[in-house]
Structures are given as C-alpha cells and as structure tokens.
Design a protein around this ligand. Structure first.
Ligand SMILES: [Mg+2]
Length: 229
C-alpha cells in the first residue's frame, strides 16, 4: 500500500509520463534517478504536453482580456521574459536536460545564452499581440540584469520575435542582492501602478513572477526545468 501511494506521488511530481518503478523497488528510499527524471522531462518538453499547457494558459489569458474588452485609460499587462515570452530551449535542452551530473545550475549559467539574442518566442506572443490590439499598455519585467550588453541583447531578441511597441522593459538592478526576485518584481509593478496604470494581467513561468500583488489576475505558465526564488 505504501509503495503504490509513493508511486502515485512520483507520478504526480513527474506529470503525465510517470517513471515506472520495478515491482520490488521502494521509492521511499530509492526514488527515480536523475537520468530517468531528465528523460521524462525531455519527453514532456518535446512531445506535446508542454506546448499544450502553455497554449492552454495563453488561451485563458486571451479569453480574460477579450472578456474585459478594449483597454481603459491606464490599463496595462505585464509579461515576464524567460520561459514566458522567450524560450531558452537551447539552454534547457543543451544544459539542464543534458548530461548526468547536473540537475539545475545557478541562474547565472543562463546568461551567456541570453546574450546570443536568439531565443524564439513562446505561444505567449499570441497574448502579447492580443493585448496590443486591445490597446493595453505592455510592460516587460525580467530578472535579467540591468547591464548595457544584456539590455541590448534582450531588446534585439524581442525585436527579432516581433515583440515591439511595449512601454518599458524593466530589468533587475545589477547590484540586486536579495535572495528572491519577488521584492524586485512586485516593487516594479507597484511603481507602474503608482504612475497611474492598472495592471489587469500579469503572466510568468515562476511563482516569483506573480507573488506580491499589484495585478488583478495572474497567469502561471509551466516550467519544470528550473526554479527562480
Ligand atoms: Mg521566466
């Protein structure tokens, strides 16, 4: 009984493609090993479930904006960038899910990939376009550091994927020292609202993109590949 319960826990943790455990394996003391978990995440990423989940959240966001109709004066929408508008698929495939020794790497290991400015967009671009066509003011808030080379690369990447016309790209101060991005991101939203905007929608792939208030509705995209506190 205990074994089947634990098997269920692993199935929930690992999504729709649970790793099969040998009948006599006790998952309480012998959980699936790292290569098996990576294989499951790769399957999730590349065989449809990830795209389906992103599209489902995006569709709900678009339905919400359309239900509100045209933006009223000051109405704004906030987007995160990485794994929200932009996909770091080469980093996820080539680093996080590759090899056997690493499970996750420090946030800074993503930086060289971001500087390439080659990230494709995610389906969240549909929500971006819907927000723009309904007249919402678009703000981008990212944990990428406010350093000239990162700003230039990020703006270039956004332009490449057609994300133009946003009001402001707000980047994390280069000297930011707090362990969580929540104070930075919620503080940026507070400043947006203090300037007379109402944030009607905030979307991101991390809970830390969304916590801390200053948004009427939040939408959480899937990201089982890395965690930003
Ligand atoms: Mg993100």
């Amino acid at each position: 009984m205990k074994s089947s319960c634990s098997r269920l826990v692993w199935a929930i943790l690992l999504g729709s493609s649970p790793i099969l455990l040998a009948a006599d394996q006790c998952p309480d003391i012998d959980p699936p090993n790292l290569p098996a978990i990576k294989a499951t995440l790769k399957e999730y990423y590349h065989t449809g479930p990830y795209d389906a989940a992103v599209n489902e959240v995006v569709d709900r966001g678009i339905d919400y904006l359309r239900s509100r109709g045209k933006a009223k004066k000051g109405d704004a929408v906030v987007f995160d960038l990485d794994e929200t508008l932009l996909s770091n698929e080469k980093y996820i495939d080539g680093v996080l899910l590759a090899g056997l020794k690493t499970f996750a790497l420090p946030e800074t290991s993503l930086r060289p990939w971001q500087l390439k400015a080659e990230d494709p967009s995610l389906p969240t671009k549909r929500l971006y376009d819907a927000a723009a066509s309904l007249g919402y003011t678009i703000f981008l808030i990212t944990g990428r550091p406010e350093i000239p080379q990162y700003r230039q690369a990020t703006e270039r990447n956004l332009s490449k994927v057609g994300c133009d016309g946003y009001e402001r790209l707000i980047m994390k101060p280069a000297d930011y020292k707090q362990p969580s991005v929540i104070p930075f991101k919620s503080g940026a939203r507070r400043q947006i609202e203090e300037k007379g905007h109402t944030i009607v929608l905030n979307i991101g792939d991390q809970e830390s993109d969304l916590k801390g208030g200053y948004a009427e509705r939040t939408f959480k995209l899937p990201n089982p590949f890395y965690f930003v506190p």
